[in-house]
Design a protein around this ligand. Sequence first.
Ligand SMILES: Cc1ncc(COP(=O)(O)O)c(C=O)c1O
Length: 425
Amino acid sequence: MPEKTNKLSDPSGRGRVDGYRVIFPMMQHPYTEAEIQAVTDVMRHAEGQTQGARLEKFEADFAAFVGAKHAFAVNNCTNALKLAAIFCRIRPGDEIIAPGYTYMASVVPFGDLGAKIVWADIHPKTWTIDPDDIERKITPNTKAILAVHLLGLPCDMRRIMAIAEKRGIKVVEDCAQAMDCRVDGRHVGTFGDFGCFSFHAAKTMTTLGEGGMIVVRDDETAKLAPGIRHNGLCAFEGERERYWVPAMSNVESFMDGQWPQNFCIGEAQCALGSEQLKSVVANNEILIDQDRRIRAALADVGELAFPEVVPGGRYVVHQYVLHYDGSAIGKRRNDLLDLVTRKYGVRCITQYYPLYRYPLFQKMGMGGHDCPVLDKWWDDSFSLPWWCGIDGESMSIMTGGLRSAAAELRAGAADGAGAASGAGA
Ligand SMILES: Cc1ncc(COP(=O)(O)O)c(C=O)c1O
């Protein structure tokens, strides 16, 4: 067993832990010189540090990249989702249908405005929100459906849009993990009413650790975005003889009863964002190739399953989740990880814990759920350490460790040594 020489200081469970041979990095890939230059140029030459030409350029570049008409940069994806929730006019008593399998920030902005979160199950093969379960859970109070393209796996957007459009329900797409993820060539985030993206440090592209973008489909809603994003600031209407009267700028209410927010992002981050966009596709190709290699190396380990991608979908492999089915030999995910982590030194993690199991959601009255597929599947799923450009040695430690661990569990069971054990999630 590898010896741990320091304490786990990061409550996310992803921080540096000595003694393991392969761990999760805190960032996907290092900055290029061009990216560093873009940031230092702002430090040296920008007239203002916010609300300037780099913001405009980044929004235009991003809109062109995803094929959207309107894109607004913000300080993180959680606040992009908050803007979406505001534009959906979420009020107490409204319901949103969201997958139980996602990161908490997907739903908290909706809960914060008083929505009841109705948990939808995942599809057993694609591991994304199950359109049939969405249909089952729609009520007269359903205001929005949240499609999360988690792990870089596209949701079944054709079906979700058909379900929503028939009933006049809004669709918000959480694309935090889905840069360059597409269905039939169309970028996710452009199917629904809103698409929300993250440029957090662990994402495919990052704007100095934090950042986000909201893509808005409707022209009228897009007009509201700059004011709601920036404290209600706007110009006074018409010409003024004295520009300073009554004040330099106006503060307006753009939506009845809705306070504006400040979700702005700085110029240096926007300059970096425009640069980072240039390498998204190439980096994803590296991730997709890594996935191909892992699938090939583990093809004959029958207990392991990989996600299936919806027809026409481009899976950009943002995280590497696998499922272990050792039921035939009375083994569970935790038995496998005991070996893979402790004996082979691969620091696997388990994520994303079904949100309704967390104390936060239970305390907020959102612990109730009916998601049998997710409940069964999750207790046997796990993530491999994952980054763009995994070296050959780390790759073979991971695949070799998994193969050996699965074989040892099989052999142990055949010897009658392995009694069934619980998942203990
Ligand atoms: C699926 C998902 N949604 C939303 C978010 C929130 O993004 P941010 O950290 O930019 O607020 C994340 C970030 O990890 C995420 O993975």
